[in-house]
Design a protein around this ligand. Sequence first.
Ligand code: KE4
Length: 429
Amino acid sequence: MKTDRSTTLFQRSQAFIPGGVNSPVRACKSVGSLPRFIDRAEGCRLVDADGNTYIDYVGSWGPMILGHRHPAVVQAISDVLARGTSFGAPTDLELELARRVTEAVPSVEMVRMVNSGTEATMSAIRLARGVTGRDIVIKFDGCYHGHADTLLVDAGSGVATLNIPGSPGVPASVVQHTLSLPYNSPEAVQAVMAEKGGDVAAIIVEPVAGNMGMVAPKPGFLETLREVTAQNGSLLIFDEVMCGFRVAYGGAQSLYDIRPDLTCFGKIIGGGMPVGAYGGRQDIMGQIAPEGAIYQAGTLSGNPVAMAAGLATLEQLRKPGAYETLENRSRRLAEGLAEAARRNRIPVSFNRVGSMLGMFFTDQPVVDFASAKMSDLDRFGRYYRHMLDAGIYLAPSQFEAGFVSLAHDDDAIAQTLEAADAALATLSA
Ligand code: KE4
């Protein structure tokens, strides 16, 4: 596969951008691969700077659930450009997207738009601390909630991929109030809440985790979080930046029938444009400035272009059958991959919730960060590179999730399974 152009661009980028990338995981360091510079995309396919085509299972890390350049999204962006790009003032578009989100997610009575998932979770934590007057926040090992100081503890995603212990630059004084517990361990949460519950402002969780690879909540785990937070006057925050509108139109909370106090969104609600949001009960959200005293702000919050792209995306997802199609195609892919692994006698463990999936090179179930880290990372790297050379674009880390879009048709799934069979065959050698 010719990669001269990506090679040259990457060399030049490293002179101007740290690591040559604007987000660490894109450097593909953990899989020993050259990052591909992408030139354009359409549907489920990317084309890189050298003209190579790939079937895309990263989907810009989640937003591209319709596939790239969906006509309705392109049209919506084009229409709003005729009006302008940013006003720093309220618009009907942000009102309509806020209404749509509250309509889709009953626990969200009010919502504030921001510009990234990090801003959403950072703001939700400040709000929880402000409302409860408490400092302690509980998160879970392997969950990643963006790079705000207070949450960069035992994080997943790029922190896990690059093995960054927390991160230099985050003062101990900032993370002293952040506790990180094993995911899917109700016992660990119950023990800590029994001792410290009265001082806990919030528990924040990825209800379907996608940053230690993809890990689903065990029955009873989310229910325990809801119970112990209610018992102690702490807030339950669902970080649905990744799984919101991904695993269901109402998000993971609709799948598992849990009503959190606050929910964070991002990715899909911006349809590929920069966006984040946090929302929840009116009595909590009403304490955010200017209505309340808890401050949060943003120059481009509610940006009309992002709002238009997000609205067009949700419009397509509201159509009958959208999530059934995602489920059917994702199931076919996962079953095909499992069959290929069996055929080639490669031990793999699979997790999937809807169109969010994870394939781990381990023969043990993966239910938390500790079990995810038992995966054979060398094997993952070899599999990744074979798939890339075969035109299949996977997330360049064992600790990321894969995403199927509505644009992944039968041919794309068939081509992926064929490539996977060949890649797995080389691993058994
Ligand atoms: P952003 O600040 O990157 O928009 O969102 C942070 C965030 C918050 N919560 C969850 C559950 C997330 O998955 C993320 C970001 N996800 C990663 C992918 N694992 C973004 C990719 C990257 O960091 O480049």
